[in-house]
Design a protein around this ligand. Structure first.
Ligand code: PAF
Length: 286
């Protein structure tokens, strides 16, 4: 497996693949890979002839008081994981190569970036959409793989791809959880043992809300109340948001229709964690 460190090299490698008639899968990541990322690489491996994993902690999607400096980084470990899962290349560019002096073009998706994480993290999705657009332009993948844990991010990227006629298929992959329910996240490494235990409140709350919706509850306020009560029961948890939104527009709903996203963001100590479930009428309990 190759490690490619410049934009020009990554562009050249992907071009060679495409010219040989091979399908290209891209797995965009910020590194410190876990089983959630591994499932994306596995899905890309199964669907594409060549798989490129990008590992880049994208500075422009972090707010000024967020964890850009402390975000965990370990390229050697990431490369070992990528190789073990059959990736063909890791793309690990520098910040200067991605954002050279004079960089001044950004991609903003309106509307569905204004709720949930978009409301709590101003500028976050502009940074995500800009880097994902750059990665799509560099690699020109046939398919790109994203996790459903970042459900709003997935919806925003799908919107961007449709609106800007980007020639790539965006594939969403299910949330991967620890055996006790905690959704896998690179940020879980920030948690102390006590906080790790407290963090289980997120998946408990999501599970309780999911069971209520599956049992027929359609009043979004009641579902939000279930989430809020569960979070309030954990002294180390501070609620950022508990919301029920339309699965496509990310607009809050009063009544749950055919599809909805039930989403949570909670601070456990200094660590902000998210979790969700996507409701689609007719689907059984996961
Ligand atoms: O989900 C992530 O890890 C990041 O937001 C992404 C899509 C790699 C862009 O930096």
């Amino acid at each position: 497996m190759e490690i490619v460190r410049s934009v020009a090299e990554a562009q050249q490698l992907a071009r060679t693949w495409r010219e040989a008639g091979l399908s290209v899968g891209l797995v965009p990541t910020m590194g410190y890979l876990h089983e959630g990322h591994e499932s994306l690489i596995d899905a890309a491996r199964a669907a594409c002839d060549r798989v490129l994993v990008s590992v880049f902690v994208n500075p422009i999607q972090f707010g000024p008081t967020e964890d850009l400096g402390s975000y965990p980084r370990d390229l050697e470990r990431d490369a070992t994981i990528c190789a073990a899962h059959g990736a063909d290349a890791v793309f690990h560019p520098t910040g200067d190569d991605m954002y050279p002096a004079g960089f001044s073009t950004y991609v903003s998706v309106e509307g569905l970036t204004e709720t949930l994480c978009g409301a709590s993290r101003p500028g976050h999705f502009r940074g995500v959409c800009t880097v994902v657009t750059k990665l799509f332009n560099i690699v020109r993948p046939h398919r790109a793989f994203f996790g459903q844990k970042d459900a709003q991010q997935l919806a925003v990227i799908k919107r961007m791809v449709a609106d800007l006629n980007m020639d790539v298929q965006v594939v969403g992959c299910p949330i991967v959880r620890e055996p006790d329910g905690l959704a896998k996240s690179s940020r879980n490494t920030y948690l102390s043992a006590q906080e790790r235990q407290a963090a289980l409140v997120l998946s408990r709350a999501i599970r309780a809300a999911e069971q209520t919706v599956r049992a027929g509850e359609r009043d979004a306020a009641r579902v939000r109340a279930i989430l809020e009560e569960e979070i309030a029961s954990e002294p180390l948890a501070y609620l950022d948001y508990a919301q029920v939104v339309d699965g496509l527009t990310m607009e809050p709903v009063d009544t749950i229709g055919q599809t909805a996203l039930v989403a949570l963001a909670v601070r456990i100590g200094e660590t902000r964690l998210i979790d969700n479930f996507i409701f689609e009428e007719g689907q059984s309990c996961s």
